[in-house]
Write a protein of this length. Structure first.
Length: 305
């Protein structure tokens, strides 16, 4: 898999991942009309029904999800010293090796995501804020598309452990020391929220300590052909702006067109490379009847609203 270091418009470092020969991911979203099922290998891990008027989503988790990152030892956390760069490469390695990860052919961004943290705007304490971001309910729950900015919400794929759980206690110490490994999130456009790929206990530890959790966000990026077309449009717009400034400078000497238009052009190119694209889903073979069969096998009954 090819990896490229990029810089976000805000100056942060991110990884561009380009997996090859992975036409179908091991962890995927399958659809049957307004019904979705997230499967990992052959195991359903989450059933969901989008309401008729797109007001929200009912969901039920199963016990089938397995983390895609191998267990992270305390020694590795101390050696990393909280380096986002270190963890980004380690997670990229794990996602590549695992055939039960969401990666498929195309281009992906793995980013230490700060947008979720900025959404708070300081209105809430850290524990209250991050608790509000985690979608409640186990095994069942509801994503309210009208009541919240769901795009930033976090939907665990397994039961969140309690604050006094042994793993959580261990991570709470790391969280206080600033060396805790990141929580790995996968943005799924069909649910308009983030699913937790790894780090349920770490997320619980950060909330218990009233600290902002370190995060890594995985999402689909622009395909190469779309980026090329968008880049051509950006270049054409930049050239048109330079021509406009050239005309202005004839009447107002001293105007630096390149100096004024250049930074905006550079930011636009950076934004293109880090742009987020909708995640892919695959039709469920057998449609709604198969969705209902799988749900019955897992003891799931939806919808109830």
């Amino acid at each position: 898999m090819r990896r490229t270091h990029l810089t976000r418009p805000d100056g942060g470092a991110i990884l561009l991942l380009e997996p090859r020969d992975r036409p179908r991911p091991g962890l995927s979203v399958r659809t049957a009309g307004n019904r979705l099922v997230v499967t990992q290998g052959s195991r359903p891990v989450l059933f969901a029904v989008v309401e008729e008027h797109h007001e929200g989503v009912e969901f039920v988790r199963t016990e089938g999800f397995r983390p895609v990152v191998p267990p992270l030892r305390a020694r590795a956390a101390r050696e990393s010293a909280g380096s986002a760069h270190h963890w980004a490469h380690r997670v990229a390695d794990a996602l590549t090796r695992s055939y039960e990860s969401p990666l498929h052919d195309g281009r992906w961004i793995l980013s230490p995501d700060a947008e979720l943290a900025r959404w708070n705007h300081g209105r809430l304490g850290q524990a209250e804020y991050w608790s509000s971001m985690v979608v409640e309910g186990h095994p069942e729950g509801y994503l309210d598309w009208y009541g919240h900015n769901v795009e930033w919400e976090i939907l665990p794929l397994r039961r969140m452990p309690d604050a006094d759980d042994g793993r959580v206690k261990s991570y709470r110490k790391q969280a206080r020391e600033g060396i805790m490994p990141p929580v790995v999130l996968w943005w799924v456009s069909g649910l308009d929220c983030h699913l937790v790929l790894d780090g349920h206990a770490r997320l619980a530890a950060a909330i218990a300590e009233s600290l902002e959790p370190p995060l890594l966000e995985l999402y689909r990026s622009l395909p190469a052909d779309e980026e090329d077309a968008a880049t051509r449009d950006a270049v054409a717009a930049y050239e048109a702006e330079l021509a406009r400034f050239t005309e202005l400078s004839r009447r107002h000497p001293g105007i630096d067109g390149a100096g004024l238009a250049g930074p905006s052009f550079a930011r636009r190119l950076d934004q293109l490379r880090a742009a987020r694209r909708p995640s892919w889903a695959w039709p469920l073979s057998g449609g709604r009847a198969e969705w209902e069969r799988l749900a019955r096998e897992c003891g799931v009954s939806l919808p109830r609203r």
